[in-house]
Design a protein around this ligand. Structure first.
Ligand code: GDP
Ligand code: MG
Length: 311
């Protein structure tokens, strides 16, 4: 861990707190949205489709008296294929290391086997602080929320509980403060101006994935992968960005490309906006769709895509 700053004291003589916070919860509970809200800018990708977050994203949140390194884990879930297994391995590794674990439960969905499965791992984790977070409070009434709290309390031995709405910015600061208080005393691990340790390539690939999912929900299964092959900065100040979209079947390629290339063009235009904001310059975005049967089961490819826990 580099960048160790010597500033250990926070404001007002309180000891400075820092540590790693793992966000866990079954897909779609709102992990990425909460992380974004904590950051106040778009670093993680949120979408209405489960399992968009394949890669771990770390985001650094600074307060005057603390530094939280929040880790947005891929959704823990019962694995169906080798990619699923890799994702779980990554998420479980984060759980094992964390100073704090926040387990998210969706206020609007009955607590089910998916939550129980995650809960068992939280219960088994040795993280010194475990926080139960009920999400999407804006979509639920108080009765519903109380019911969720009651059901969720049974899943693990939580130290605290909090109800939030990331969308309406309700209790997001409270989340940061509550977790901060319970982190160990420690240094600033990362400099103030660093907000995420995902590479630009990681973020670009995630942006493209997000737009694919948003535009093609039902038609595009989870068997779509995106690699950002290259980001090249030209002398005139723009960046040329090349990405490959991997699919398993010819039919999927047809859907993604669309009539006369209309769909991939739309995805490219939407993704380019985010990429330009990220890189802070004009961007030419080149998307190529490639059919590669069974890429998900190909462990090498998975590792090349960077989804593995042990890199
Ligand atoms: P993740 O899979 O756990 O990372 O979930 P996401 O953060 O991607 O969120 C899944 C869906 O829930 C997205 O459509 C979000 O917009 C939505 N969502 C997340 N947080 C809230 C919230 O506080 N209120 C509402 N109404 N929707 C939310
Ligand atoms: Mg996510």
């Amino acid at each position: 861990m580099g960048n160790r700053s010597s500033d250990i004291s926070g404001g007002g003589g309180q000891p400075f707190k820092s540590g790693f916070v793992a966000l866990v919860g079954r897909p779609n509970v709102g992990k990425s949205t909460l992380l974004n809200a904590c950051m106040g800018e778009k670093v993680a990708i949120t979408s209405p489709v489960a399992q968009t977050t394949r890669k771990r994203l770390r985001a650094v949140v600074n307060t005057p008296s603390s530094q939280l390194v929040i880790i947005d884990t891929p959704g823990l879930h019962k694995p169906k294929d080798s990619l699923g297994k890799e994702l779980n391995k990554a998420a479980l590794a984060e759980l094992a290391d964390a100073d704090a674990v926040a387990m998210l439960i969706d206020a609007t969905k009955p607590v089910g086997t998916g939550d129980e499965w995650v809960g068992r791992h939280v219960a088994g984790s040795e993280a010194p602080y475990k926080l139960l977070v009920i999400t999407k409070a804006d979509k639920a009434n108080p009765e519903q929320i109380n019911k969720q709290l009651e059901a969720a309390r049974k899943l693990a031995d939580f130290d605290d509980e909090l109800v939030v709405s990331a969308r309406e910015n309700f209790n997001v600061d409270a989340f940061v403060d509550l977790v901060s208080e319970h982190l160990p005393e420690g240094p600033k691990w990362f400099p103030d101006d660093m907000t995420t340790d995902a590479t630009p390539e990681d973020l670009v690939a995630e942006f493209v994935r997000e737009k694919l999912f948003l535009n093609l929900r039902q038609e595009v299964p989870h068997s779509v992968g995106v690699i950002c092959d290259d980001i090249e900065y030209a002398k005139d100040g723009h960046a040329s960005v090349t990405c490959t979209v991997l699919v398993e079947r010819e039919g999927q390629k047809g859907i993604i490309v669309g009539k006369g290339g209309s769909m991939i063009k739309k995805v490219g235009i939407e993704a380019r906006r985010d990429v330009e904001r990220l890189l802070g310059c004009k961007v030419y975005l080149d998307l190529t769709v490639r059919v590669q049967p069974q890429w998900r089961r190909d462990a090498n490819e998975i590792r090349r895509l960077g989804y593995s826990a042990d890199e």
